[in-house]
Design a protein around this ligand. Structure first.
Ligand code: CA
Length: 250
């Protein structure tokens, strides 16, 4: 039996109203994989909306505000990386976690996904259990941060741990969940040298795909967002061959 898979499919209208089921937006053009994902996520307590391409995802996301995007990279038309870029450029959606789903295993693609603001990366073929674990891990990271109410201030930089927002000179700076967690971790351990491995442990504990090289990508992105001159950073200092250190300006 062939189930219909429209570009905008919602099969479970009854549970859609339940606020306790996080809504996951899935973009996957291969119908069998899309059905497998939807089935497993629903069985694990998630609400799912499936899309076969990215044509309507932004408008649907602005309406529904999903908890997380699961984006296949290889899509007809706009690919998953491009969709990620659009999501990150849309202020209302910019901090929603994104997990990429792809057959590509090349390091260059992983790095590209992170550079564009992805939070995690799952390589096909994957087990449904792994998929659910990764999604829970990313959402749990989000919940942990929002549970604490504290504002860290350093010079013109303000990190609001409660609302997960960052301001530079009073302007809001959009960050992804992982970028925020990395910045927060460095800032709360200011003055201390942290190796890439320590940062991996602290921020990406349950995310095996992330490599030390990925930390450099995140640091570069954070510098572009918070530093007046990213090439001469005042907050995020590199200790060559060792790692990074957050410094509070005097
Ligand atoms: Ca595909």
């Amino acid at each position: 039996m062939q189930l219909p898979l429209n570009s905008y499919e919602r099969t479970d209208a009854a549970s859609a109203t339940s606020p306790s089921r996080p809504l996951i937006f899935v973009v996957e053009d291969e119908a069998d994989i899309a059905r497998l994902i939807a089935h497993n996520l629903r069985a694990s307590g998630f609400e799912v909306q499936s899309f076969v391409n990215g044509a309507t995802i932004l408008s649907a996301a602005l309406r529904e505000m999903p908890a997380l995007f699961l984006l296949d990279v290889m899509l007809p038309g706009t690919d998953g990386f491009e969709l990620c870029r659009h999501i990150r450029q849309t202020p209302a959606l910019a901090s929603i976690p994104i997990i990429f789903l792809t057959a590509k295993t090349a390091e260059a693609d992983r790095v590209r996904g992170l550079e564009l603001g992805g939070d995690d990366y799952i390589t096909k073929p994957f087990s449904p259990r792994e998929l659910v674990a990764r999604i829970r891990s990313v959402l749990r990271g989000l919940a942990k941060e929002t549970a604490v109410a504290e504002i860290l201030r350093f010079g013109e930089l303000e990190i609001d741990v409660g609302s997960m927002t960052v301001q530079v000179q009073g302007r809001n700076v959009l960050t992804t969940v992982r970028e925020f967690r990395l910045l927060e971790y460095l800032a709360t351990h200011r003055g201390r040298v942290l190796t890439r491995d320590q940062l991996l442990d602290a921020v990406w504990k349950e995310t095996p795909f992330v490599t030390p090289r990925s930390i450099d990508v995140y640091i570069r992105r954070l510098r572009e967002k918070i530093e007046a001159d990213p090439r001469h950073p005042q907050y995020l200092k590199t200790l060559r061959g060792i790692g990074y250190r957050f410094e509070a300006p005097k």
